[in-house]
Design a protein around this ligand. Structure first.
Ligand SMILES: [Zn+2]
Length: 235
């Protein structure tokens, strides 16, 4: 690449890209932070759910115990009544009630055993997953801290990057600068690319031989006849 103005254009593009990169990273930070915070919240909610499912079973188990205690108290009452009744039918009726109550208790006891196993399992799952989920929360928090550091660094860099970009613009003449700006608008970087073997390295299409020789001569700004990027010859 023979010409000074092309070197200056390439320096401008370099600094422009650096500045755009810093700006786009800064623009993305709020979104990245929000997504990290949402993940932390989601994981914390998972821990709450793990505790909730154990609590639900604990409440069920307590309710079962108090139901059983109620029936047992009722049985004691029936047994006491039996000591006082005179008639055989009344005694038999109470025996029937007592047997019904004992049957219920036996059913409830098997339910309670099942529930205790379930509770045991749920506590184990809660303890294991809580450790795992807590570790994931820690990782997300580290990521969030890194984002804060990244923001500080980017804010430190942007001043210099802007000044460097300004400086690079200052050494170019107005016409070239306006061609550069026009080309940069809505175009994917890099916008200044080499032409090699008559092929534009931006769109990878063949350029006309006129464009190829203009780019090689390096007297004027030459653009790709397909994608409009600024071309230079580095061979
Ligand atoms: Zn092209």
């Amino acid at each position: 690449m023979g010409s000074d103005w092309m070197s200056n254009l390439l320096i401008l593009q370099d600094r422009d890209m650096k500045l755009r990169q810093i700006r786009s990273q800064l623009e993305n930070l709020p979104k990245e932070r929000a997504s990290g915070l949402a993940k932390v919240k989601e994981l914390e909610e998972e821990i709450v759910q793990l505790h909730e499912s154990v609590k639900t079973l604990e409440v069920k188990s307590k309710a079962l115990e108090s139901e059983m205690a109620g029936i047992e108290a009722q049985i004691v009452k029936y047994k006491n009544q039996q000591l006082q009744v005179k008639k055989n039918e009344e005694y038999q009726a109470l025996t029937h009630e007592i047997e019904l109550g004992e049957g219920k208790i036996s059913d409830l006891e098997s339910k309670e055993i099942e529930l205790l196993y379930e509770l045991d399992e749920a506590r184990k799952v809660r303890d294991e997953q809580e450790v795992e989920v807590s570790e994931r929360i820690q990782i997300e928090k580290v990521v969030l801290t890194r984002l804060d550091e990244k923001e500080v660094n980017l804010n430190n860099e942007i001043g210099d990057a802007e000044a460097n970009f300004e400086k690079a613009q200052g050494v170019l003449d107005k016409r070239m600068l306006s061609t550069y700006r026009r080309t940069a608008m809505g175009m994917k970087f890099p916008i200044i690319v080499p032409v090699r073997q008559q092929m534009c390295n931006g769109c990878h299409m063949r350029v006309s031989s006129g464009v190829d020789s203009d780019a090689k001569a390096g007297i004027e700004i030459t653009t790709c006849d397909n994608c409009n990027r600024i071309l230079y010859s580095d061979s």
